[in-house]
Write a protein that binds this ligand. Structure first.
Ligand code: URA
Length: 435
């Protein structure tokens, strides 16, 4: 077997065998396969895709490249994963809700990727908060608070780390079987009994169309089922930034407000739906019953209590939930005002993510530092009416960046017209159940 032969097969759209896929993953992890050959294979996969069987084989081979965990919490472990969005702080709300309803959530999260944010970066804006926990401390926190959020350890799915870095540099990220294997290998290796996937759809997501998002959801749910996990996917709208804030500390503050019952509709609806699905996978009831339980955990403040406890157990200052001044404050702020009256018919989502990145909320290079104070707070969103001179949003940063040019570019994010266009999207588009 040579990689040259395997690349040639995939170039001609032939199906790779299980042995060939396992050989490629193991060889690439060992360093026996050079990046240029792996890149050629990844590009061939982008053009010719993988069959369901090949996708499942790739996912399992990647998952088995490192530790295969089985969290010993003594209860049902549910996990939730987003395919990546702009302003996506849903984990910070859905996980404590599920925890408050009696499901354990041992959550291993990632950092920001491209124009999309990452839960670990957001939580690290809490003074003292630690995301690098020894495994026993991570499980101990889950047992006490019901959930914990940590970064992935180096020994979990090393194949994804190597392949992902290469995909990021070779324009091979947006392939359905490659996204499926990347996400599901991590979910299977972290060992949750129930897996709920938040598949984002629209301009700010990797999947721009509903049809592609459905294909990705179906592929991930199928792999989860094959691996014997309870798995479902919720397709949610990402055609505009989610909620009011896009950044790190400002998103944590928005999540705390949501846990206090002050969420914008999109945040509330999607958080409750995701939390309810986690409860359904745990056998707590049907969707309607689980939604009612999730709502109750929010209105009684039980979810907020879980969130505070998790912060404390992970070394953070739980008083941030009362005093937002404890988060760092951005040195610079630029307000953006409407230059005309009209209806906001669109808020360009991917562009918003890229501008937040330039403000310092994300990484422009792999090892760059995050500015936890940077980001964008929206006063208006798609569908709203705005009067000339009214504030649309505020940009925050502590970096010495060119705020004038960033602000000028940001003004183009809003599409304002005389008529209200009927472009409103449902927050929850569809649920794909795998059980
Ligand atoms: N998130 C991941 O973890 N992997 C992908 O390929 C895309 C989004």
């Amino acid at each position: 077997m040579t990689l040259y032969e395997i690349i040639t097969k995939k170039k001609h759209n032939a199906e790779l065998s299980t042995e060939e896929i396992e050989w490629v993953v193991a060889g690439f992890c060992r360093g026996d396969i050079p990046d240029y050959q792996m890149s050629a294979l990844l590009m061939a996969v982008c053009f010719n895709s993988l069959s369901d069987r090949e996708t499942a084989d790739l996912t399992m081979a990647m998952a088995r490249s490192g530790d295969m965990l089985r969290p010993e919490t003594g209860g049902f472990n549910a996990d939730k994963h987003s395919t990546g969005g702009v302003g996506d702080k849903i984990t910070l709300i859905a996980a404590p809700i599920a925890a408050a309803c009696g499901v354990f959530v041992p959550k291993m999260s990632g950092r920001g990727l491209g124009h999309t944010g990452g839960t670990i970066d957001k939580l690290e804006s809490i003074p003292g908060f630690c995301t690098e926990l020894p495994y026993d401390k991570f499980i101990g926190t889950v047992k006490k608070a019901g959930f914990a959020v940590a970064g992935q350890t180096g020994t979990l799915v090393p194949a994804d780390k190597k392949i992902y870095a290469l995909r990021n540099a070779t324009a091979t990220v947006d392939s359905i079987p490659l996204i499926c294997s990347s996400i599901m290998s991590k979910k299977l290796a972290t060992g949750a009994d129930g897996i709920v996937l938040d598949v984002k759809v629209g301009d700010g997501a990797f999947m721009k169309t509903e049809a592609d998002a459905e294909k990705l959801a179906a592929a991930m749910v199928r792999v989860g089922q094959l691996a014997g996990r309870k798995c479902s996917a919720v397709l949610t709208d990402m055609s505009k930034p989610l909620g009011r804030a896009v950044g790190n500390s400002i998103e944590v503050i928005e999540a705390i407000e949501a846990l206090k019952g002050n969420a914008r509709d999109d945040i509330r609806e999607i958080s409750l739906a995701l939390a309810a699905e986690m409860l359904v996978t745990a056998g707590k009831g049907d969707t309607e019953q689980c939604l009612a339980m999730a709502e109750n955990a929010l209105t009684t403040g039980a979810a907020l209590e879980r969130f505070k406890l998790m912060i404390e157990l992970q070394g953070g200052d739980p008083h941030v939930t009362e005093d937002y001044g404890l988060f760092g404050k951005a040195r610079y702020c630029r307000e953006i005002f409407a230059d005309r009256s009209g209806f906001i018919n669109a808020v360009a989502c991917e562009k918003t993510g890229l501008i937040a990145l330039r403000l310092g909320a994300g990484r422009q290079t792999k090892d760059a530092d995050i500015d936890p104070t940077a980001g964008i707070v929206f006063d208006k969103t798609a569908g709203d009416f705005v009067s000339r001179g009214e504030r649309l949003a505020a940009l925050y940063t502590s970096a010495e960046c060119d705020l004038d040019s960033i602000a000028a570019e940001f003004e183009g994010v809003f599409q304002i017209g005389d008529e209200k266009e009927s472009t409103a999207k449902k927050n929850i588009i569809k649920i794909v159940k795998g059980y």
